[in-house]
Design a protein around this ligand. Structure first.
Ligand code: NDP
Ligand code: 8X3
Length: 252
Protein backbone atom coordinates (compact mmCIF):
# COMPACT_ATOMS: atom_id res chain seq x y z
CA UNK A 1 0.00 0.00 0.00
CA UNK A 2 1.47 3.37 -1.04
CA UNK A 3 1.89 6.07 1.54
CA UNK A 4 -0.30 9.18 1.52
CA UNK A 5 0.96 12.76 1.75
CA UNK A 6 -1.49 15.62 2.28
CA UNK A 7 -0.14 18.94 1.03
CA UNK A 8 -1.80 22.31 1.63
CA UNK A 9 -0.95 25.12 -0.76
CA UNK A 10 -0.12 22.67 -3.53
CA UNK A 11 -1.12 24.98 -6.40
CA UNK A 12 2.20 26.82 -6.39
CA UNK A 13 5.72 27.09 -4.97
CA UNK A 14 6.83 24.73 -2.20
CA UNK A 15 3.55 22.83 -2.06
CA UNK A 16 3.53 22.09 -5.79
CA UNK A 17 7.21 21.09 -5.73
CA UNK A 18 6.50 18.77 -2.78
CA UNK A 19 3.62 17.21 -4.72
CA UNK A 20 5.99 16.54 -7.62
CA UNK A 21 8.73 15.17 -5.35
CA UNK A 22 6.50 12.91 -3.27
CA UNK A 23 4.62 11.63 -6.35
CA UNK A 24 7.93 10.85 -8.05
CA UNK A 25 8.72 8.71 -5.01
CA UNK A 26 5.46 6.77 -5.18
CA UNK A 27 3.29 8.63 -2.67
CA UNK A 28 -0.42 9.00 -3.28
CA UNK A 29 -1.41 12.60 -2.67
CA UNK A 30 -4.16 14.74 -1.24
CA UNK A 31 -3.63 18.19 -2.69
CA UNK A 32 -5.19 21.40 -1.42
CA UNK A 33 -5.33 25.03 -2.51
CA UNK A 34 -8.08 27.44 -3.53
CA UNK A 35 -7.34 27.48 -7.28
CA UNK A 36 -9.21 24.39 -8.44
CA UNK A 37 -8.03 24.66 -12.06
CA UNK A 38 -4.43 24.35 -10.89
CA UNK A 39 -5.25 21.43 -8.60
CA UNK A 40 -6.96 19.61 -11.47
CA UNK A 41 -4.04 20.20 -13.86
CA UNK A 42 -1.51 19.06 -11.25
CA UNK A 43 -3.52 15.94 -10.42
CA UNK A 44 -3.74 14.93 -14.08
CA UNK A 45 -0.03 15.57 -14.63
CA UNK A 46 1.12 13.59 -11.58
CA UNK A 47 -1.28 10.70 -12.14
CA UNK A 48 -0.09 10.32 -15.72
CA UNK A 49 3.59 10.84 -15.06
CA UNK A 50 4.02 8.84 -11.87
CA UNK A 51 1.05 6.43 -11.86
CA UNK A 52 -0.01 7.56 -8.40
CA UNK A 53 -3.49 8.45 -7.14
CA UNK A 54 -4.21 12.10 -6.45
CA UNK A 55 -7.22 13.34 -4.45
CA UNK A 56 -8.11 16.99 -4.92
CA UNK A 57 -9.33 18.70 -1.76
CA UNK A 58 -9.90 22.38 -2.52
CA UNK A 59 -10.71 24.61 0.44
CA UNK A 60 -9.68 27.90 1.94
CA UNK A 61 -7.68 27.11 5.08
CA UNK A 62 -9.25 30.18 6.73
CA UNK A 63 -12.68 28.58 6.56
CA UNK A 64 -12.89 26.53 9.76
CA UNK A 65 -15.98 24.57 8.70
CA UNK A 66 -14.64 23.84 5.24
CA UNK A 67 -11.36 22.53 6.69
CA UNK A 68 -12.97 20.17 9.20
CA UNK A 69 -15.81 19.07 6.87
CA UNK A 70 -13.45 18.42 3.93
CA UNK A 71 -11.05 16.33 5.99
CA UNK A 72 -13.91 14.50 7.72
CA UNK A 73 -15.47 13.73 4.33
CA UNK A 74 -12.35 12.07 2.92
CA UNK A 75 -13.06 8.48 1.83
CA UNK A 76 -11.94 6.00 4.49
CA UNK A 77 -8.86 4.83 2.57
CA UNK A 78 -7.66 8.41 2.16
CA UNK A 79 -7.81 9.07 5.90
CA UNK A 80 -4.62 7.07 6.53
CA UNK A 81 -2.45 10.14 6.04
CA UNK A 82 1.24 9.42 6.59
CA UNK A 83 2.64 12.90 6.02
CA UNK A 84 0.99 16.31 6.33
CA UNK A 85 2.86 19.20 4.72
CA UNK A 86 1.15 22.13 6.45
CA UNK A 87 2.38 24.70 3.99
CA UNK A 88 -0.39 27.04 2.79
CA UNK A 89 0.45 30.59 3.70
CA UNK A 90 1.37 34.03 2.52
CA UNK A 91 2.83 37.42 3.28
CA UNK A 92 0.94 40.56 2.35
CA UNK A 93 2.74 43.90 2.25
CA UNK A 94 6.07 44.98 3.65
CA UNK A 95 5.34 48.16 5.54
CA UNK A 96 6.31 49.95 8.73
CA UNK A 97 4.23 48.81 11.71
CA UNK A 98 2.31 52.10 11.99
CA UNK A 99 1.60 52.23 8.24
CA UNK A 100 0.72 48.57 7.53
CA UNK A 101 -2.76 47.54 6.44
CA UNK A 102 -5.04 45.96 9.03
CA UNK A 103 -6.65 43.92 6.27
CA UNK A 104 -3.25 42.44 5.34
CA UNK A 105 -2.59 41.61 9.00
CA UNK A 106 -5.96 39.92 9.38
CA UNK A 107 -5.47 37.83 6.23
CA UNK A 108 -1.99 36.70 7.30
CA UNK A 109 -3.12 35.82 10.82
CA UNK A 110 -6.23 34.02 9.55
CA UNK A 111 -4.23 32.02 7.01
CA UNK A 112 -0.81 31.41 8.55
CA UNK A 113 -1.97 30.88 12.14
CA UNK A 114 -5.66 30.01 12.30
CA UNK A 115 -5.80 28.06 9.02
CA UNK A 116 -2.54 26.34 9.91
CA UNK A 117 -4.04 25.29 13.27
CA UNK A 118 -7.32 24.01 11.77
CA UNK A 119 -5.54 21.75 9.27
CA UNK A 120 -3.01 20.46 11.81
CA UNK A 121 -5.75 19.70 14.34
CA UNK A 122 -8.00 17.86 11.89
CA UNK A 123 -5.15 15.75 10.51
CA UNK A 124 -3.51 15.08 13.87
CA UNK A 125 -6.79 13.56 15.06
CA UNK A 126 -6.63 11.05 12.18
CA UNK A 127 -2.97 10.31 12.86
CA UNK A 128 -3.65 9.84 16.58
CA UNK A 129 -6.08 7.01 15.80
CA UNK A 130 -3.37 5.17 13.85
CA UNK A 131 -0.60 6.06 16.32
CA UNK A 132 1.63 7.17 13.46
CA UNK A 133 2.22 10.08 11.16
CA UNK A 134 4.46 13.01 10.40
CA UNK A 135 3.43 16.66 10.42
CA UNK A 136 5.77 18.99 8.57
CA UNK A 137 5.05 22.62 9.37
CA UNK A 138 6.15 25.44 7.08
CA UNK A 139 7.81 28.16 9.11
CA UNK A 140 10.40 30.63 7.84
CA UNK A 141 13.59 32.42 8.79
CA UNK A 142 11.05 35.18 9.48
CA UNK A 143 9.84 33.02 12.36
CA UNK A 144 13.30 32.93 13.88
CA UNK A 145 14.27 36.58 13.53
CA UNK A 146 12.22 39.74 12.99
CA UNK A 147 13.24 42.12 10.20
CA UNK A 148 12.26 45.69 9.39
CA UNK A 149 8.70 45.94 8.01
CA UNK A 150 8.18 42.22 8.65
CA UNK A 151 6.02 42.81 11.77
CA UNK A 152 2.82 40.76 11.42
CA UNK A 153 4.20 38.27 8.87
CA UNK A 154 7.14 37.54 11.19
CA UNK A 155 4.72 37.21 14.11
CA UNK A 156 2.69 34.58 12.24
CA UNK A 157 5.83 32.59 11.53
CA UNK A 158 6.98 32.93 15.17
CA UNK A 159 3.56 31.46 16.00
CA UNK A 160 4.25 28.56 13.63
CA UNK A 161 7.59 27.99 15.39
CA UNK A 162 5.86 27.95 18.79
CA UNK A 163 3.08 25.66 17.57
CA UNK A 164 5.60 23.34 15.98
CA UNK A 165 7.22 22.90 19.40
CA UNK A 166 3.84 22.59 21.11
CA UNK A 167 2.59 19.94 18.69
CA UNK A 168 5.74 17.89 19.13
CA UNK A 169 5.17 17.81 22.88
CA UNK A 170 1.43 17.18 22.84
CA UNK A 171 1.49 14.61 20.03
CA UNK A 172 4.39 12.66 21.49
CA UNK A 173 1.98 10.23 23.13
CA UNK A 174 0.56 9.37 19.70
CA UNK A 175 3.95 8.63 18.12
CA UNK A 176 3.51 11.54 15.67
CA UNK A 177 6.65 13.18 14.30
CA UNK A 178 6.59 16.98 14.05
CA UNK A 179 9.12 18.88 11.95
CA UNK A 180 9.48 22.63 11.42
CA UNK A 181 11.00 23.76 8.11
CA UNK A 182 12.28 27.33 8.02
CA UNK A 183 13.42 28.46 4.57
CA UNK A 184 15.02 31.76 3.67
CA UNK A 185 14.40 33.57 0.38
CA UNK A 186 13.02 31.20 -2.24
CA UNK A 187 11.82 32.20 -5.67
CA UNK A 188 8.16 31.20 -5.88
CA UNK A 189 4.97 33.26 -6.27
CA UNK A 190 5.48 34.36 -2.63
CA UNK A 191 6.83 37.86 -3.40
CA UNK A 192 4.38 38.50 -6.25
CA UNK A 193 1.59 37.78 -3.76
CA UNK A 194 3.28 39.84 -1.06
CA UNK A 195 3.63 42.86 -3.34
CA UNK A 196 0.16 42.35 -4.82
CA UNK A 197 1.18 41.71 -8.40
CA UNK A 198 4.06 44.23 -8.55
CA UNK A 199 6.45 41.86 -10.31
CA UNK A 200 9.27 44.41 -10.45
CA UNK A 201 9.39 44.80 -6.66
CA UNK A 202 8.90 41.05 -6.30
CA UNK A 203 11.88 40.21 -8.49
CA UNK A 204 14.08 42.75 -6.66
CA UNK A 205 13.85 40.48 -3.59
CA UNK A 206 15.97 37.91 -5.43
CA UNK A 207 18.27 40.32 -7.27
CA UNK A 208 21.93 39.27 -7.11
CA UNK A 209 21.03 36.03 -5.35
CA UNK A 210 21.04 32.43 -6.43
CA UNK A 211 17.98 31.98 -4.22
CA UNK A 212 16.51 28.68 -3.11
CA UNK A 213 14.10 27.13 -5.58
CA UNK A 214 10.87 25.41 -4.61
CA UNK A 215 12.47 22.13 -5.67
CA UNK A 216 15.40 22.73 -3.25
CA UNK A 217 12.94 23.07 -0.39
CA UNK A 218 10.92 20.05 -1.52
CA UNK A 219 14.10 17.93 -1.60
CA UNK A 220 14.83 18.85 2.02
CA UNK A 221 11.25 18.15 3.08
CA UNK A 222 11.32 14.79 1.34
CA UNK A 223 14.58 13.95 3.12
CA UNK A 224 12.92 14.71 6.48
CA UNK A 225 9.97 12.51 5.54
CA UNK A 226 12.09 9.59 4.41
CA UNK A 227 14.08 9.01 7.61
CA UNK A 228 13.51 5.79 9.59
CA UNK A 229 10.49 5.71 11.94
CA UNK A 230 12.61 6.32 15.05
CA UNK A 231 14.36 9.42 13.65
CA UNK A 232 12.78 12.89 13.60
CA UNK A 233 14.30 16.17 12.47
CA UNK A 234 12.62 18.59 14.85
CA UNK A 235 13.60 21.88 13.32
CA UNK A 236 15.46 22.79 10.16
CA UNK A 237 16.55 26.21 8.87
CA UNK A 238 17.72 26.40 5.26
CA UNK A 239 18.85 29.34 3.19
CA UNK A 240 20.71 29.84 -0.06
CA UNK A 241 24.46 30.16 0.42
CA UNK A 242 24.28 33.94 -0.05
CA UNK A 243 21.89 34.37 2.91
CA UNK A 244 23.04 34.08 6.53
CA UNK A 245 19.76 34.66 8.37
CA UNK A 246 16.59 36.72 7.93
CA UNK A 247 18.56 39.94 7.50
CA UNK A 248 22.07 39.41 6.12
CA UNK A 249 22.60 38.73 2.40
CA UNK A 250 25.67 38.86 0.20
CA UNK A 251 24.29 39.90 -3.18
CA UNK A 252 26.41 39.87 -6.34
P1 NDP B 1 3.39 30.58 -3.19
O1 NDP B 1 2.65 31.87 -3.23
O2 NDP B 1 4.09 30.13 -4.41
O3 NDP B 1 2.38 29.40 -2.70
C1 NDP B 1 1.49 29.61 -1.65
C2 NDP B 1 0.47 28.49 -1.63
O4 NDP B 1 -0.40 28.68 -0.49
C3 NDP B 1 -0.40 28.46 -2.86
O5 NDP B 1 -0.58 27.13 -3.28
C4 NDP B 1 -1.73 29.04 -2.37
O6 NDP B 1 -2.80 28.42 -3.07
C5 NDP B 1 -1.73 28.56 -0.93
N1 NDP B 1 -2.63 29.36 -0.10
C6 NDP B 1 -2.51 30.67 0.25
N2 NDP B 1 -3.57 31.05 0.97
C7 NDP B 1 -4.38 29.97 1.08
C8 NDP B 1 -5.63 29.74 1.68
N3 NDP B 1 -6.28 30.70 2.34
N4 NDP B 1 -6.18 28.50 1.61
C9 NDP B 1 -5.54 27.51 0.95
N5 NDP B 1 -4.34 27.67 0.35
C10 NDP B 1 -3.79 28.89 0.40
O7 NDP B 1 4.40 30.71 -1.98
P2 NDP B 1 5.46 29.68 -1.32
O8 NDP B 1 5.37 28.35 -1.93
O9 NDP B 1 6.76 30.36 -1.30
O10 NDP B 1 4.91 29.67 0.16
C11 NDP B 1 4.50 28.49 0.83
C12 NDP B 1 4.77 28.65 2.31
O11 NDP B 1 6.15 28.86 2.51
C13 NDP B 1 4.07 29.84 2.98
O12 NDP B 1 3.61 29.42 4.25
C14 NDP B 1 5.18 30.87 3.12
O13 NDP B 1 4.94 31.75 4.19
C15 NDP B 1 6.37 29.97 3.37
N6 NDP B 1 7.70 30.50 3.09
C16 NDP B 1 8.02 31.02 1.85
C17 NDP B 1 9.32 31.46 1.61
C18 NDP B 1 9.73 32.05 0.31
O14 NDP B 1 10.72 32.83 0.28
N7 NDP B 1 9.09 31.75 -0.79
C19 NDP B 1 10.38 31.33 2.64
C20 NDP B 1 9.90 30.80 3.89
C21 NDP B 1 8.64 30.38 4.07
P3 NDP B 1 -4.12 29.16 -3.62
O15 NDP B 1 -3.75 30.58 -3.88
O16 NDP B 1 -4.48 28.37 -4.83
O17 NDP B 1 -5.10 28.99 -2.51
C1 8X3 C 1 9.64 34.16 3.58
C2 8X3 C 1 11.05 34.55 3.72
O1 8X3 C 1 12.57 36.48 4.38
O2 8X3 C 1 10.77 36.97 2.85
O3 8X3 C 1 9.13 33.69 4.79
O4 8X3 C 1 10.33 36.58 5.17
S1 8X3 C 1 11.17 36.24 4.05
Amino acid sequence: MSKIAFITGATSGFGKACAEKFAANGYNLIINGRRQDRLAALATELEQQHKVAVFQLPFDVRDEKAVFNSIESLPFEWKSIDVLINNAGLALGRDYFDEASLEDWNTMIDTNVKGFLYVAKAVSQLMAIRKQGHIINMGSVAGKQVYEKGNAYCATKFAVDALNQAMRIDLLRHNIKVTGIHPGAAETEFSTVRFKGDTQTASSVYQGLHALSAADVADVIYYCASLPPHVCINDLVLTCTQQADAIYFHRQ
